[in-house]
Design a protein around this ligand. Structure first.
Ligand SMILES: Nc1ncnc2c1ncn2[C@@H]1O[C@H](COP(=O)(O)OP(=O)(O)OP(=O)(O)O)[C@@H](O)[C@H]1O
Ligand SMILES: [Mg+2]
Length: 263
């Protein structure tokens, strides 16, 4: 029912088709010299879906997401985002694409000399070219509230804990309303309680804004909380795919090894 209240609460991406494939990867290959990192990567990410990628260190998880945003060029295979071939995009088109994709780097990467508010204003004025200060204030406050940090608006990053910085980093990525989020190890270096909070935040963001996400993690609690679907990457390929609970009882020993510490 389209009540006024519903309209106000509409997510950032109102045209919502859950069967739409937002990222399509087929037969993706990428080598560095003689090192064949990606041998055959296949993945379809659907609108509104959270896919967790598990894999040992150095398997090419980060390389895969760098291919998705066009920072690295694959050697072979299909890679489309919103139906467009990333390899064929001009610099301008890549820029536009990156405005629709939020990329949460491991470190959070805030500007240390700016307050939290200024950190959040930056993408609004630089990326979206917003000028209306009221609109800017409203969006900054809204997104900070969303990550539970409205109190920290005038603080410097150095006054925040690691978990809070991660939240601000997430807020700064979310403030431009990305349709896709790529999380590279969002909970690394955080204590279990803070990790859990960040994982729950990722889940809430998916629910609230219908964002489609690829979440790379070693943190099985994060995988359990956030995933609709899990893929396991090994030696340049995805060797298994399923729900968290399905993979937990997989026949494949490599797959099961990730779940060892889970009860
Ligand atoms: N730009 C590059 N040039 C050369 N080699 C690279 C480049 N980027 C990544 N590699 C190599 O590709 C392999 C996969 O790296 P990648 O960072 O994707 O691993 P990962 O699965 O993300 O590992 P981790 O879990 O440790 O983050 C590594 O051996 C790495 O050295
Ligand atoms: Mg990595």
């Amino acid at each position: 029912m389209d009540t006024a209240a519903n309209i106000v609460e509409q997510p950032a991406n109102p045209v919502y088709d859950k069967d739409e494939v937002v990222i399509h990867i087929k037969g993706l290959k990428k080598s560095f010299g003689s090192k064949h990192v990606l041998k055959n990567i296949n993945l379809d990410l659907k609108r509104g879906e959270n896919v967790v990628v598990l894999g040992k260190s150095g398997q090419g998880k980060s390389v895969t997401i760098q291919c998705i945003v066009g920072l690295l060029k694959p050697d072979e295979g299909e890679l489309t985002v919103f139906g467009e071939d990333v390899a064929l995009m001009s610099d301008d088109e890549l820029k536009q694409l990156r405005n629709k994709i939020g990329f949460l780097f491991q470190g959070g990467a805030l500007y240390d000399s700016m307050t939290v508010r200024e950190n959040l204003e930056f993408p609004l004025t630089r990326v979206l070219k917003l000028r209306d200060q009221n609109e800017i204030n409203k969006r900054v406050e809204e997104v900070l509230d969303g990550v539970g940090l409205l109190d920290a608006i005038d603080k410097m990053p150095s006054d925040l804990s690691g978990g809070m910085r991660k939240r601000v980093g997430l807020a700064r990525t979310l403030i431009v309303n990305p349709e896709i989020m790529l999380y590279d190890e969002p909970t690394t270096g955080l204590d279990p309680i803070t990790s859990r909070e960040i994982s729950e935040l990722i889940l809430n963001m998916q629910k609230k804004y219908k964002i489609s996400s690829v979440i790379i993690t070693h943190d099985m609690e994060c995988a359990r909380i956030t995933s609709d679907r899990v893929v396991v990457m090994n030696e340049g390929e995805y060797i298994a795919e399923g729900s968290f609970d399905e993979l937990k009882t997989s026949d494949n020993e490599i797959v099961r090894s990730f779940f060892k510490e889970q009860s």
